[in-house]
Design a protein around this ligand. Structure first.
Ligand SMILES: NC(=O)c1ccc[n+]([C@@H]2O[C@H](COP(=O)([O-])OP(=O)(O)OC[C@H]3O[C@@H](n4cnc5c(N)ncnc54)[C@H](OP(=O)(O)O)[C@@H]3O)[C@@H](O)[C@H]2O)c1
Length: 274
């Protein structure tokens, strides 16, 4: 049985992707904080024909992510797929217990740290990493220091995801020679998920969900899950950014070597400090 680690699999897209991988016969480690939702999601993987294992971890803490990585590496000497899916937008600037701004911590620093911690098992399987991003305006501007200092709010979230796409390109450059393939993806917009709670006012969320259903702009959870499976198991371009299932040029800033290298240095120093 092949092994996938899916973070943020107790809810929404991660849960749907875990179930779809279960249907394809995978053992899926579902990472999240909520024990009850985690157990239910793992059961859905079992019911789909795979093997679901829930592991509780707080991905806001660098030490917690390192410990999770050490435990999973010991348990699984080979890991075919890591889906860095846990992420989201937060309303106001707030620091984690490590003193890192929380949107940047969850959406960028955690994927860096967990991938690093699982490298041995990923390399042993010539595995793949899928970093879950979003749709990012092509002309989006920021600096590494600015996005690390404050990625709160909806615009900040988009910049954090831009940094995640830049990280993907840098990871591919550095980890590719070890046999690991790294891609990023935007799964599409899925009406009715918990995404945006606390950032987008409730009436606007309800209205936009309604409009997406009416216009057919949004995609279903099943369609999004199929995109996760394609990015995780299908033929891909190493380092590629997949938007709505299609290989798409990454946002310009994400491809700039100075931005990517500056980001790598920032993440390396935050990683070393905790
Ligand atoms: N929904 C959309 O339309 C959409 C569109 C584009 C991109 N995305 C991206 O897709 C991904 C999934 O989104 P979603 O809408 O499915 O999100 P969601 O329903 O809010 O689920 C978020 C998941 O992340 C986990 N999580 C959050 N903070 C955590 C922490 N500190 N430690 C451990 N786990 C944590 C949650 O686990 P617990 O609840 O158990 O803590 C949950 O399983 C995100 O990266 C999001 O940015 C979503």
């Amino acid at each position: 049985m092949k092994t996938a680690i899916v973070t943020g699999a107790t809810s929404g897209l991660g849960e749907a992707a875990a179930e779809a991988l279960g249907k394809a016969g995978w053992e899926v480690v579902l990472v999240g904080r909520d024990e009850a939702r985690g157990a239910a999601a793992a059961q859905r993987v079992n019911d789909a024909g795979g093997k679901g294992v829930f592991v509780r971890a707080d991905l806001f803490s660098v030490a917690g992510v390192k410990q999770l990585g050490a435990e999973l590496s010991a348990r699984y000497p080979r890991i075919e797929l890591l889906v860095n899916n846990a992420g989201g937008a937060f309303g106001g600037r707030e620091l984690t217990s490590d003193g890192v701004e929380r949107t940047f911590a969850l959406n960028v620093l955690t994927p860096y740290t967990l991938t690093d911690a699982l490298m041995g098992s990923l390399a042993a399987a010539k595995g793949r990493v899928v970093n879950v991003a979003t749709a990012i305006p092509n002309g989006q501007k920021t600096t590494v220091d600015a996005v690390a200092a404050d990625a709160s709010g909806f615009m900040g979230y988009s910049k954090a995801k831009l940094a995640l796409v830049a990280l993907t390109l840098e990871q591919q450059k550095r980890l590719g020679p070890k046999g690991v393939t790294v891609v990023s993806m935007h799964p599409g917009v899925i009406p009715g998920t918990r995404f945006g709670v606390g950032v987008i006012p409730a009436p606007i969320r309800s209205f936009s969900n309604f409009m997406m259903k009416l216009t057919g702009f949004g995609v279903t959870l099943d369609e999004a899950a199929a995109r996760y499976v394609a990015a995780g198991t299908g033929a891909v371009e190493p380092g590629g950014y997949y938007k709505g299932g299609k290989l798409t040029p990454p946002p310009v800033l994400a491809g700039e070597p100075a931005f990517r290298e500056g980001l790598w240095d920032k993440l390396t120093s935050l990683h070393a400090a905790h």
